[in-house]
Design a protein around this ligand. Structure first.
Ligand SMILES: Cc1ncc(C[n+]2csc(CCOP(=O)(O)OP(=O)(O)O)c2C)c(N)n1
Ligand SMILES: [Mg+2]
Length: 571
């Protein structure tokens, strides 16, 4: 077994990933993974994105795979580098994102014997991966070249098949790690015509029946569903055709059309509103939206038939109220559903009118004021073009986008890491989206999330990517002011809100980004347009105050929700 064997096998493996349809891979530096890195980089079908930090590489790949719908490969050296992929692997598992994780390892004779940078990498990610393979050390015989091409195909298709997710291949690599002579040009081990060695036919999306007769009073709830660009439009048209109110998280792409009720989070907080609108059927598509009031409302209706169209077996039902789970394609199912269902115009109107009133009230409240966290979330949906993408961080940004995005036929795509709801890796994932997107990408992010992945900024300059970062800087975790812990005054500020006093202008300088600090809505709009026009990365900081933000949210809620003695407090 020589370095030539290693490189011949890896060349065939990487070539095969490209033949299957892979276009992007992320590398990170090290010694042990030299054969993996060089083989990926020398595969002409793959764009290789170099990262210094494995945690960033992993989250970058998550963003690229989410936005492209294609599996992305990531590789790292042995030891704790493998552990630094873990947060992204977990996000990919939870959010159903296809990744092919290629870790380098010491060969078996060097494990657990004090050799450097050696940890137990076998099944390192546990049940977070769909498949683990210890690849082993092999000679590049004809049989083994066939086998490794098959292995690449299996890794690619397994990541994508059924419920997508990460797969992990651990490669023991023996020294020497570089070639002493060039590989022969010819590799005839692949199929002719650049066909994949194994073409796996994934089943065509199938429709299921929602029943022969839809009731007059139904509701559609739509959440994150990234891989089918037709999803949002199909859901909105279905809701319109049957006259069902559509409660659509912007992550669904379905917040549009005359049936969409974008203020559901605020409206459903009013018990009188909810009590007067008990539906006969709830159709759920995509992930559950983040909104607590919506989740609480669904949970309060265990006797209302609730149907989820759930092709990936995601079981999004923490309250155990679903009666039917259809293993079918939501787009095909909704398109096939009876278009002439009995429409009760009063039913939709009973949602439409208060929703329109709420939207007007919000516009007035925000219009009168200067920049605020809600105003930024509100405006981004209107300012960005339809081919643009907003990558939204966890914490208040994702909640404010859900609360304040308006109905918009040509809204930008909204993408977020909602698998594990982490604040980690946000910058890196946004760059991953930018790497595979044609339109402009804007990241909406809080200050703690930016500080957490500040190293992710390195990708901008090193990889020549364009990203506009709208930073909502309230010097800490503003979300915690909405929670009961905010009353624990001995520990809240230092240990929960965690103010840091960082001046992000210095970070912008360090990483070669532009920096702006607009103070009104118009200058924010202009700064975003400038950043998109100029290219590169600009951090556009909007300075806010956590306590004022809480007060503004309360004011908006009090204006929208009619006063009722038993009104629930904001969560
Ligand atoms: C990896 C990870 N660690 C911790 C948390 C818990 N957490 C949720 S929100 C938050 C604070 C986020 O602050 P910031 O990004 O400034 O957003 P803001 O709350 O101010 O909107 C934290 C620490 C998490 N979600 N993920
Ligand atoms: Mg903050």
């Amino acid at each position: 077994m020589t370095a030539t064997d290693t490189y011949l096998l890896l060349r065939a493996f990487c070539d095969e990933l490209g033949r299957c349809g892979m276009t992007d891979a992320c590398t990170s530096p090290g010694s042990r993974n030299t054969p993996l890195v060089l083989s990926l980089v020398r595969t002409s079908a793959l764009r290789c994105h170099s990262h210094v930090d494995e945690r960033s590489a992993g989250f970058f790949a998550v963003g690229a795979a989410k936005a492209s719908g294609r599996p992305v490969a990531i590789t790292c050296t042995s030891g704790s580098a493998v552990a630094n992929f873990a947060p992204a692997v977990i996000e990919a598992h939870e959010a159903r994102v296809p990744l092919v994780v290629l870790t380098a390892d010491r060969p078996p004779e060097l494990r657990d014997l004090g050799a450097g940078q050696t940890i137990d990498q076998l099944k390192f990610y546990g049940d977070a991966v769909k498949w683990f393979v210890e690849v082993g050390v092999h000679e590049a015989t004809d049989e083994n070249l066939r086998w490794i091409r098959q292995l690449a195909c299996r890794a690619y298709w397994t990541a994508l098949d059924g419920r997508p997710g990460p797969v992990h291949l651990n490669f023991p690599l023996r020294e020497p790690l570089i070639l002493s002579e060039p590989l022969p040009d010819e590799d005839s081990s692949g199929r002719p015509g650049r066909r994949p060695y194994v073409t796996r036919e994934l089943p065509a999306p199938t429709a299921a029946s929602l029943g022969s007769k839809l009731p007059a009073r139904g509701v559609v709830v739509a959440g994150r569903y990234e891989r089918d660009p037709a999803f949002g439009e199909a859901v909105a048209r279905f809701a319109e055709s049957v006259g069902y109110p559509l409660l659509a998280d912007p992550l669904s792409g379905a917040r549009r059309g005359p049936a969409s009720i974008p203020r559901y989070d605020l409206l459903l907080r009013g018990p009188r509103f909810a009590a007067g609108r008990v539906p006969e059927l709830i159709i759920r598509v995509g992930d559950l939206p983040t909104s607590k009031p919506l989740r609480a409302w669904l949970a309060s209706l265990p006797d209302t038939p609730q149907v989820a169209i759930d092709p990936e077996g995601a079981w999004q039902d923490p309250a155990a109220v679903l009666g039917t789970s259809l293993a079918a394609d939501p787009v095909a199912t909704l398109r096939a559903a009876t278009p002439d269902a009995p429409i009760d115009p009063n039913w939709l109107a009973a949602w439409r009118a208060p929703d329109d009133t709420a939207t007007l009230a919000i516009d007035q409240l925000l219009g009168a004021g200067s920049l605020s966290e809600p105003s930024v979330a509100h405006d981004l949906g209107n300012w960005l073009p339809a081919d643009g993408t907003v990558f939204v961080a966890a914490s208040m940004p994702i909640r404010d986008v859900e609360l304040f995005f308006t109905n918009h036929e040509l809204a930008p795509r909204v993408v977020s890491n909602r698998g594990a709801n982490g604040i980690d890796g946000t910058v890196s994932s946004a760059y991953g989206v930018a790497a595979v997107s044609d339109g402009p990408v804007v990241a909406l992010i809080g200050d703690v999330a930016l500080a957490h992945d500040i190293g992710g900024l390195l990708a901008g300059r090193r990889l020549g990517l364009d990203l506009t970062i709208v930073l909502l800087n309230n010097d800490g975790g503003g979300i915690f002011h909405f929670l009961p812990v905010s009353g624990e005054s001995d520990a809240f500020e230092e240990h929960v809100a965690t103010p840091h006093g960082l001046d992000f202008a210095h970070a912008a300088r360090l990483y070669g980004c532009g920096f702006e600090r607009p103070t009104d809505r118009e200058s924010l709009k202009a700064a975003i347009a400038r950043s998109i026009g100029d290219g590169g990365t600009t951090i556009i900081e909007v300075v806010t105050d956590r306590a004022e933000n809480l007060a503004l949210h309360r004011q908006i809620a009090a204006t929208v929700i009619p006063p009722e003695p038993e009104a629930t407090p904001e969560a």
